[in-house]
Write a protein that binds this ligand. Structure first.
Ligand SMILES: NC(=O)c1ccc[n+]([C@@H]2O[C@H](COP(=O)([O-])OP(=O)(O)OC[C@H]3O[C@@H](n4cnc5c(N)ncnc54)[C@H](OP(=O)(O)O)[C@@H]3O)[C@@H](O)[C@H]2O)c1
Length: 254
């Protein structure tokens, strides 16, 4: 970890998608700054492993098992988090990741709806659960997870691209609406990040090929993404809201 943000110590964060990949690394790095972190996912064992890792490093973390496409489950998460580590200052709505390529003509209605549910509606429901408390307390930083697939056409399926483009507008609109209440809302849009899943499913030659598409000639790391999240969570970015930050090694076309 490169950065230290002293204002983060003692704050409370919820990170959905915290059981693995980008969310897990973000949780580790927030905890290392002294943030009390709640991580949300469906896989209890994976969540418990991340919590144990954070605790072993001297941090505070709690696991909340929930499917973030369920508003009722998210309401339970908020109650649990409030009881265990207090009101939420930082929200990373990162759960999702249904980007697997499907030719658009073969994309079934069921798949379309499932991807929008997983990658767009879930973030709406998550933000809606935590925003009122932040607005009431007059402070908060929300970071939504878009993707380069929401910025430009890509190999990812059409529903994923549309969901991620929608997340950018959701972020801008919420930033406009909640700026007067002291809540900032920003999005991050990673390109190809070498998570455990990407490392396992993408062959080394393909990884090299994809790396070559980026001006910085490498895939991103989960730490690259988490560093941007820390900045957006911290008061270091206190006049930034409604933005989408491309974490793309320079592969930006708009
Ligand atoms: N990796 C990339 O290159 C990349 C690029 C751009 C954007 N992104 C976005 O970044 C986010 C994280 O991706 P990742 O690459 O770190 O993926 P990952 O390793 O597959 O992790 C996905 C995370 O989301 C959680 N999740 C998914 N659906 C959920 C649901 N319905 N309820 C609760 N938790 C759910 C998973 O939890 P469980 O497994 O415990 O359920 C897991 O923690 C995704 O939104 C993805 O679209 C990734």
């Amino acid at each position: 970890m490169l950065s230290t943000y002293s204002d983060l110590a003692g704050r409370t964060a919820v990170i959905t998608g915290g059981s693995r990949g980008i969310g897990a690394q973000t949780a580790r790095m927030l905890a290392a700054q002294g943030v009390n972190v709640a991580i949300v996912g469906r896989d209890k064992n994976a969540l418990d492993a991340v919590v144990a890792e954070i605790a072993a490093a001297g941090g505070t973390a709690v696991a909340a098992v929930a499917d973030v496409t369920s508003a009722a489950a998210l309401a339970e998460v908020r109650t649990l988090v409030q009881d265990r580590i207090g009101p939420v200052d930082i929200l990373g709505a990162f759960a999702g990741g249904q980007g697997m390529p499907v030719p658009s003509a073969d994309l079934s209605e069921a798949r379309w709806r499932a991807v929008l549910d997983s990658d767009l509606t879930s973030s709406f429901l998550t933000v809606r659960e935590f925003l009122p408390g932040m607005a009431e307390r007059g402070r908060g930083s929300i970071i939504t997870m878009s993707s380069s697939a929401g910025r430009q056409p890509s190999r990812a399926n059409l529903a994923y691209g549309v969901a991620n483009a929608g997340l950018i507008m959701m972020t801008r609109q919420l930033a406009t609406e909640f700026g007067p209440h002291g809540v900032r809302v920003n999005a991050i849009a990673p390109s190809s990040i070498r998570t455990e899943k990407v490392a396992a499913n993408m062959s080394e030659p393909v990884q090299r090929q994809v790396a070559g598409l980026h001006p910085m000639r490498r895939l991103g790391t989960t730490t690259d993404v988490a560093e941007a999240v820390l900045f957006l969570a911290s008061d270091a970015s206190c006049y930034l809201t409604g933005l989408t930050i491309d974490i793309a090694g320079g592969r930006i076309t708009n």
